[in-house]
Each structure stands twice: as structure tokens, then as C-alpha cells.
Design a protein around this ligand. Structure first.
Ligand SMILES: Nc1ncnc2c1ncn2[C@@H]1O[C@H](COP(=O)(O)OP(=O)(O)OP(=O)(O)O)[C@@H](O)[C@H]1O
Ligand SMILES: [Mg+2]
Length: 273
């Protein structure tokens, strides 16, 4: 059989192998903190994979390594079969974008939000004029449930956290990214609009074949949005597999503990076990 692991034709968008990040901290950098240890998983094209676990379990550490914001202590990350470090940074960010826990951090408070959307065109290959860019921005915003006249021309502090998180998803669409790293993308959104963002991710996956790493400590959201889940504890992956399997027949005591915090799922799990 043809070995497609190098060409990226095996349907795998992202592959992390043995990812480890040891932080050194303290006044003279003598203390070592495990951010992540030997984390291995992959994401197929057009797949949403959830990364779940309690606070401090290493989810954002994994996200920051994939986003090339910090370097792994050891291990490999490949995008479409190639090491992420073999791409030049502009080429890499054309394909991989992020929505953060705190969306305001991605925007300069002194510029209206249009600025960040305009700058997204700098990562595209086409050379569009101002009118064409403006048209694309407006239709993209509409496609993700934002009213252009409500958000354009405004400063970040004049918008809600939920609008800002949607704007970041919009930005990745403008760029045409294939992989979205969504680190608690609904953290700033109240429960009533949360479903809207989750449904948006589901429709982008279906219609555009977007791959998503969906980071959450909310098991309910992980179950709603993804087909596979990876459970982390203290920097290590303790369990991974199809959501229905992991959440109805958890193998690891920690996964059972997480589920116990979600009454309805726990009841289902008890019935099935
Ligand atoms: N820059 C840093 N220097 C030292 N230790 C760090 C640093 N960043 C994270 N850590 C530590 O690494 C571990 C994993 O942190 P991380 O931010 O990845 O957790 P998380 O799962 O994203 O948590 P949360 O759900 O609260 O966002 C924690 O023990 C944290 O204190
Ligand atoms: Mg985090």
C-alpha cells in the first residue's frame, strides 16, 4: 500500500506525537512544571475533536504548541503530513487560526475591529481592491450570524465577548483556514447564544470541511460538537476515543469523575454500565 504519511493524503489534517512541554519557573528557573507530557492524537480533515480536562490539565499548552506560540520540549507536530516548522509562518497561519478564551487579546483596543478583518487579507493570495474586500467581509459576517452594521466601525470594547469570538471565527473564514484551534471559544458567551456558536462550527465543518480542535472543560459541549474526545489530566492524555464510547463507557476513573459532574450524562453512564 502507498505510504501517504509524508504526503498528507491520508485524510489527517493534524498529527501530534509524543508532545511534551516542561515549563521552568521560579526565580532562578529551577522549578519544572509539566505543561504536557507525551500527548499523541490526530485530527482528520473535516473533523471536530474535543480536548477536555479540568483547569491546569494542559489543554492550552497543547493549543499554544500547535499555534507555534511556544516550542515543545520534545515531540512532533505535523500539518498535512509536514512538520509545522517546515512552513514559513505566514503560510502556516493561512492554514491554522485560533479563537481564544479571551477574544479581546487578539484585537488591538485602539483600532476598530474592521482593522483585524482587513489584515486577514494580507494572508490571502488574491489581490482584491477595497470594495471587493468590503463585500467579502460583509457576506462572511452575515454567514456567521453577525449583522455587519452592528459590528463594523466599532472598537473592541463596544462589542460583546460573544460577538468578538464570532469575529475571530469570521477572520479564520476570510483567510480560508483549514484548521481552527478553538480554546474555550464559548467562554464569553451566555448559554442562550452558546448553541449558536457550536452550531456554527458544525456547519463550517459540514460545508467547508473545516477541522477543529475544540478545547473545553465542559463535557456537555464536547459531546454536542465533536465525534472524538481526548481527556487530559495533569498534562497527560488519560483516555481518548469516540465521544459516545468515552462518555457512556468511561474507562479511566478521572473521566468518570468528570462525568459525575454532569448529572444527565452520568445517569446515562450508570444505566449502561
Ligand atoms: N508560562 C508558564 N510557565 C509555567 N507554568 C505554566 C505556564 N503556562 C502554563 N503553566 C502550567 O502548566 C499547566 C497546564 O496549564 P494550561 O494553561 O495548559 O492548562 P489548561 O488545561 O488550559 O487550564 P484552563 O482550563 O484553566 O485554561 C498548569 O499547571 C499551569 O500552571
Ligand atoms: Mg486553558
Amino acid at each position: 500500500m502507498e505510504d501517504t504519511s509524508k504526503t498528507g493524503n491520508d485524510g489527517i489534517a493534524l498529527k501530534c506525537e509524543g508532545l511534551t512541554k516542561l515549563y521552568t519557573s521560579g526565580l532562578i528557573r529551577t522549578k519544572t512544571v509539566v505543561g504536557a507530557r507525551d500527548v499523541t492524537f490526530d485530527i482528520k480533515r473535516g473533523e471536530i475533536v474535543s480536548l477536555a480536562g479540568e483547569s491546569g490539565s494542559g489543554k492550552s499548552t497543547v493549543a499554544r504548541m500547535i499555534l507555534r506560540l511556544i516550542k515543545p520540549t520534545s515531540g512532533d507536530i505535523a500539518l498535512n503530513g509536514r512538520s509545522i516548522y517546515s512552513y514559513n509562518i505566514r503560510e502556516y497561519y493561512r492554514q491554522v487560526q485560533a479563537v481564544f478564551q479571551d477574544p479581546y487579546s487578539a484585537f488591538n483596543p485602539f483600532y476598530i475591529v474592521d482593522h483585524v478583518l482587513e489584515r486577514a487579507f494580507g494572508l490571502r493570495e488574491d489581490n482584491l481592491n477595497r470594495d471587493e474586500r468590503s463585500k467579502i467581509i460583509r457576506s462572511t459576517l452575515e454567514s456567521i450570524g453577525l449583522n455587519p452594521s452592528e459590528v463594523l466601525g466599532r472598537y473592541p470594547h463596544e462589542l460583546s465577548g460573544g460577538q468578538m469570538q464570532r469575529l475571530l471565527i469570521g477572520r479564520s473564514l476570510l483567510i480560508g483556514s483549514q484548521l481552527l484551534i478553538a480554546d474555550e471559544p464559548t467562554s464569553m458567551i451566555d448559554a442562550s447564544t452558546r448553541a449558536g456558536v457550536l452550531n456554527l462550527l458544525l456547519s463550517l465543518k459540514k460545508e467547508k470541511g473545516l477541522s477543529v480542535l475544540f478545547i473545553t472543560h465542559d463535557i456537555g459541549q464536547a459531546q454536542y460538537v465533536s465525534e472524538r474526545v481526548i481527556v487530559m489530566k495533569q498534562g497527560e492524555v488519560v483516555e481518548q476515543g469516540p465521544v459516545d464510547e468515552v462518555f457512556t463507557r468511561p474507562q479511566h476513573p478521572y473521566t468518570k469523575e468528570l462525568l459525575a459532574a454532569v448529572p444527565t450524562l452520568y445517569e446515562r453512564w450508570k444505566e449502561c454500565s
